[in-house]
Design a binder for this molecule. Structure first.
Ligand code: ARG
Length: 265
């Protein structure tokens, strides 16, 4: 009787372990993508020249150099690209739940994110800048000049972390989308924004009331990489191969130039 019970318990344990194991093991994204014939990229299309909306022949399209890279990735995998646009801070959760297959969003691979997802190699590097109203350029020259002032950043972005850590005497306002931050700056609801320079440059070129200040922030992480759910080494490798090709052929530089041409802001 006792022996039977032990055997039964062992069997129950074995079965529940098997369920547990398969229950945890996520679907292989590359297999799924090939089976479906499409790959879904998550992005936050508020980030010209990386990714942004533009009316093309009366149709709202998402373009940018990240999207051009995503298209090459889909092409190399032999599948169709589908774009899922959301707020930046929703991207990694969406990746983890499998709603999207990869993220390309000018995303910087930092230690915190690397605990949650895997990253490809860096395909583009950029520094951070502090944007202010042109009329304030002479007044706001250092981080100390921002004491007691309001600084806007994108929610969930590394700029939020930089501002919170380095601008301790400022009030940090975090919003989901960059165009809203630009409006807040123009309307004097905030006094400065921490923004990646390629993005800031695009706005400054079109808005004479905005400029890049002399304020310098410290940054230890720079550059953008593609994020993929953990446990998909083959997919990471495939994407790295595409990136290698695009980097070696100077295609990324071309995509960046084309995107900059298309920016309207
Ligand atoms: N590079 C910054 C980060 O990784 C900001 C990226 C924001 N991207 C965007 N598509 N809005 O946090």
């Amino acid at each position: 009787m006792k022996k039977l019970f032990v055997r039964l318990a062992a069997a129950v344990l074995a079965v529940s372990m098997a369920i547990g194991v398969t229950g945890c093991s996520k679907t292989d994204v590359l297999d799924k993508v090939k089976k479906d014939g499409k790959i879904v990229v998550g992005t936050s299309a508020d980030y010209a020249p990386y990714e942004f909306h533009k009316l093309i022949d009366g149709k709202d399209e998402i373009i940018g150099f990240d999207i051009a890279i995503a298209n090459e990735i889909a092409k190399d995998l032999g599948v169709k690209l589908e774009i899922s646009d959301m707020k930046f801070d929703g991207l990694l959760p969406a990746l983890q739940t499998g709603n999207i297959d990869f993220v390309i969003a000018g995303m910087t691979p930092d230690a915190e994110r690397s605990k949650m997802v895997d990253f490809t190699k860096i395909y583009y590097t950029a520094a951070q800048g502090v944007m202010v109203r042109t009329e304030d350029k002479d007044k706001i020259k250092s981080i100390d000049d921002l004491n007691g002032k309001k600084v806007g950043v994108q929610k969930g972005a590394i700029q939020e972390k930089i501002a919170k850590e380095q601008m301790k005497s400022s009030t940090i306002i975090s919003l989901g989308k960059i165009p809203d931050l630009i409006m807040e700056l123009k309307n004097k609801k905030v006094d400065a924004l921490v923004v990646e320079l390629p993005v800031a440059n695009g706005y400054v070129a079109k808005h004479p009331d905005l400029t890049i200040s002399d304020v310098k922030v410290k940054e230890d992480t720079g550059g953008s990489a593609i994020a993929i759910a953990k446990g998909n080494p083959e997919l990471v490798e495939a994407m790295n191969k595409t990136l290698d090709r695009l980097i070696n052929d100077k295609q990324i530089d071309k995509f960046v130039a084309e995107a900059n041409e298309a920016v309207e802001n």
